[in-house]
Design a protein around this ligand. Structure first.
Ligand code: HEC
Ligand code: HEC
Ligand code: HEC
Ligand code: HEC
Ligand code: HEC
Length: 266
């Protein structure tokens, strides 16, 4: 009886958790910001379509998450009393994005780029754009983008060091996944890689060539430790295979031997 109750309660609980979400997803109207802006021409309407394909749209960061305002009341949507911030001026952009990307903001402010803010340095949107922000990758470091202001030489060194590390991370990730697929406990390896990868992705914004090179060396040393553990797994798997082969071969030999013995005595 208690058990049946428990099951019933669990089912009720699950439904009460799932249903509202399902209903919300089905019925939630578009926020008023999008309803109105998508009908506007030019610079006022453009952000909507650019934003739709962005990493922010994908993660539920809508117009009001960045610009403030009231997304459910068309008449007061852009009222400062409802927290509307408007569009930030160039110098205010890093802090505007930095409300959520705190670590990046700190690194940026301390960098040559942050020090040149308002004096010819790039802001977040120079490299990431404002509305069509995509998942970040090293492809953002390219001649076209970086040579708008200076030569590509220093950028090239940073990119090379980071690409080398990235390749190691991708390779290790694939090896861990392969072991995981065979049922090996890869928890510790995954956590180790996760930590190193996070550290790696905080590297870029200081744009300090020496620091990136030095940090890359340290990160690669950490990655080599993970590779050594994987090598250990490879080796013991190899040994197990050989041992397995020896056992099978031994059993076969024994069978042949017994067979021959029988033949001899028959
Ligand atoms: C009823 C139509 C309407 C709604 C609803 C609306 N907007 Fe606007 N928005 C406009 C128009 C028109 C402009 C351009 C004129 C102006 O700045 O008032 C504008 C301008 C803006 C700007 C540029 C302001 C600047 O400083 O240059 C931003 C940012 C913005 N809206 C964001 C939002 C957000 C976020 C919401 C929802 C919380 C929203 N809007 C809701 C019509 C609307
Ligand atoms: C990730 C944060 C972010 C989101 C989300 C976002 N915006 Fe913006 N928006 C900005 C920034 C930053 C600027 C200032 C851009 C600049 O100067 O390059 C801006 C500028 C604008 C402007 C002024 C455009 C101009 O060129 O003068 C409008 C209008 C606007 N946004 C509307 C919207 C609407 C509508 C949405 C939702 C569909 C939206 N924004 C979502 C960050 C965002
Ligand atoms: C209201 C919080 C918020 C604001 C403001 C905001 N973002 Fe984001 N951003 C997020 C979230 C949430 C994600 C998705 C999760 C993640 O990857 O961190 C994201 C993802 C990103 C990514 C992809 C990260 C990756 O892992 O590849 C970039 C790049 C980015 N944002 C840049 C910006 C820029 C540039 C601005 C300012 C124009 C901005 N963000 C403003 C919350 C915000
Ligand atoms: C000079 C160009 C440039 C500027 C300026 C810049 N970024 Fe980036 N950003 C990049 C590059 C390149 C990467 C990819 C680094 C990587 O793959 O490790 C990146 C990565 C990111 C990520 C993903 C980091 C992660 O941990 O995965 C976020 C979020 C981000 N930037 C936000 C911002 C914000 C916010 C600002 C402004 C304070 C900013 N960026 C300024 C070029 C830039
Ligand atoms: C809007 C202009 C602008 C853009 C775009 C830009 N930079 Fe810079 N960058 C600067 C300024 C200004 C400085 C500081 C003066 C200098 O060292 O040239 C600087 C300095 C640097 C430095 C030297 C940092 C140091 O501490 O010595 C590196 C490295 C660098 N940028 C890399 C990049 C990369 C990589 C990109 C492209 C993803 C990029 N920059 C895009 C303006 C820009």
């Amino acid at each position: 009886m208690r058990h049946a109750n428990y099951v019933m309660n669990t089912i009720v609980l699950l439904f009460s958790l799932i249903l509202p979400v399902a209903v919300l997803a089905a019925e939630q109207p578009e926020i008023v910001c999008i309803q109105c802006h998508s009908t506007m021409p030019g610079k006022i309407g453009e952000p909507v379509n650019l934003w739709r394909g962005s990493v922010h749209a994908e993660n539920g960061i809508a117009c009001n998450a960045c610009h403030g305002g009231d997304p459910s009341d068309a008449a007061n949507a852009m009222s400062p009393a409802r927290g509307f911030l408007g569009a930030p001026k160039e110098k205010a952009i890093p802090a505007f994005c930095g409300r959520c990307h705190v670590g990046v903001h700190t690194d940026y402010l301390a960098s040559a780029h942050g020090r040149a803010l308002g004096k010819g340095g790039p802001t977040c949107v120079t490299c990431h754009s404002n509305h069509q922000v995509l998942k970040a990758s090293l492809d953002l470091i390219n001649e076209k983008s970086c040579t708008r202001c200076h030569s590509f030489e220093r950028a090239r060194v940073i990119k090379a060091a980071m690409q080398e590390t990235e390749a190691m991370i991708v390779g290790i990730d694939a090896r861990i996944k392969a072991y995981k697929a065979t049922g090996t406990d890869t928890d510790k390896l995954e956590k180790g890689l996760f930590a190193v990868r996070n550290r790696f992705h905080t590297l870029f914004h200081n744009v300090d060539v020496e620091m990136v090179k030095k940090e890359s060396t340290q990160i690669q040393a950490e990655l080599k430790k993970i590779e050594a553990v994987l090598q250990g797994l490879d080796d013991s798997r190899h040994k197990r295979k050989i041992a397995g082969a020896i056992v099978v071969a031994g059993a076969l030999l024994a069978a042949v031997f017994v067979h021959l013995l029988r033949k001899t005595y028959e």
